[in-house]
Design a protein around this ligand. Structure first.
Ligand code: MG
Length: 390
């Protein structure tokens, strides 16, 4: 990427929360960024509206059922419409693309992220499940193909920002902050009886439904521990989680001399998105700025593993290694989807994950193919548990 030239951006998952905020960033800086490829699973009408506003060259509607409607809607606008995951994998490799923002939901993001890495693209990584399921394989591929991975997840962007100017000093500890989610102050009994309406009320961040449930169980922080392990090449015992309800400090890095560097701001995902797209430049943003006197105080608490077992499961998965984080992630995806359909209770999510981690076939040195087969097998196992047959 050349400094100060316009960067051509592909947004995988442009109709989701992160994708839409990335387009806000591009709208603010038309002299710096141009959207050239947008993809969506099902939201064909929003995808078409985005394509026409931003004059993009190619769009992919992954669900083939919507191809005709999308095609008819943008006809005459000079936009090529494609469908299917294969098209996403082909198009992310096109030479004109500089940065690929991976903002699709869950494990489904892995295949196209690997395709973009193999094409040597810079990745703005918002799809944390990619690194959870296949961290070692993805990071090795990034090294091999010269692809740079820049974090978009707010905590990991914070850590990355804290590391700028550290001149390669070894990281002693990463302090990942967690808001604690909507159930931070609830008792275990109250949480056990909670339905999706309560779990979807996140106190600080407005996000998609999968990640909002992950925040309520704190599995989101579990996934982020694994994401941090791979992005920053740190051992799990050096990653510490601290509950910080105001979500002002987005995470911190501690060095050997005890100095701790933190990154702060009001929660607004456009900031980490813009930092990744514009790296290493800092561009202006019309977000709310911090007023420390108005803020007064901020607070910190240890996480409670009894009410939120997900953190323990994530450390266990990392400790076991191999395909265990992939098993954990697949079971979580199936269980969260079932919870959102009112088919299981809140603590059934962690129970199903834990059972799948015990019962699914363990592979100590998985390749990409065995990661895909693990994911399918565990989805099947979790679905049988959800319907009460396993
Ligand atoms: Mg995060």
């Amino acid at each position: 990427m050349e400094e100060n030239s316009i960067r051509n951006v592909a947004i995988l998952g442009s109709t989701g929360s992160i994708g839409r905020q990335a387009l806000d960033v591009i709208r603010l800086h038309p002299d710096r960024f141009r959207a050239v490829l947008l993809t969506a699973n099902n939201s064909w009408d929003m995808l078409c509206a985005q394509a026409m506003e931003f004059n993009v060259k190619d769009i992919v509607i992954c669900n083939q059922d919507h191809y005709r409607k999308a095609s008819d809607t943008v006809s005459g606008h000079g936009i090529s419409v494609h469908s299917g995951m294969e098209a996403v994998c082909d198009l992310v490799s096109s030479p004109e693309i500089d940065i690929v923002l991976t903002s699709m939901v869950g494990f489904s993001g892995l295949e196209s992220t690997v395709a973009a890495i193999k094409a040597g693209k810079t990745i703005a990584l918002a799809n944390k499940e990619t690194l959870v399921a296949a961290g070692g394989i993805v990071m090795e591929a990034a090294r091999k193909y010269g692809s740079r991975i820049l974090p978009v997840d707010s905590e990991h962007s914070a850590i990355f920002q804290c590391l700028q100017g550290s001149h390669g000093a070894a990281v002693e500890k990463i302090h990942l902050t967690a808001s604690g989610g909507p159930f931070r102050t609830w008792t275990r009994e109250q949480i056990a009886a909670a339905g999706k309406e309560q779990a979807l009320k996140h106190p600080r961040w407005r996000m998609g439904s999968k990640i909002t449930i992950d925040s309520a169980t704190m599995m989101n922080k579990g996934l982020e521990i694994i994401e941090a392990r791979w992005l920053f090449n740190v051992l799990p015992e050096k990653i510490n989680v601290v509950v910080h309800p105001q979500s002002i400090i987005h995470s911190m890095v501690e060095f050997a001399d005890g100095a701790v560097i933190a990154q702060l701001g009001h929660p607004d995902m456009r900031e980490p998105i813009q930092y990744a797209l514009g790296y290493p430049d800092r561009l202006p943003l019309d977000n709310r700025k911090l007023d420390f006197a108005e803020l007064g105080s901020i607070s910190f608490f240890p996480p409670d593993p009894d009410r939120f077992p997900a953190l323990t499961l994530a450390y266990e998965a990392l400790d076991k290694g191999g395909n265990m984080p992939c098993i954990m992630n697949a079971a979580n995806e199936a269980a969260v989807a079932a919870f959102l359909e009112d088919r299981i209770g809140f603590y059934d999510i962690s129970r199903i994950i834990s059972e799948c981690m015990e019962e699914a076939e363990f592979i100590s040195e998985p390749d990409l193919e065995s990661i895909f087969s693990t994911n399918s097998a565990v989805l099947g196992l979790a679905h049988r548990k959800i319907s009460g047959t396993a």
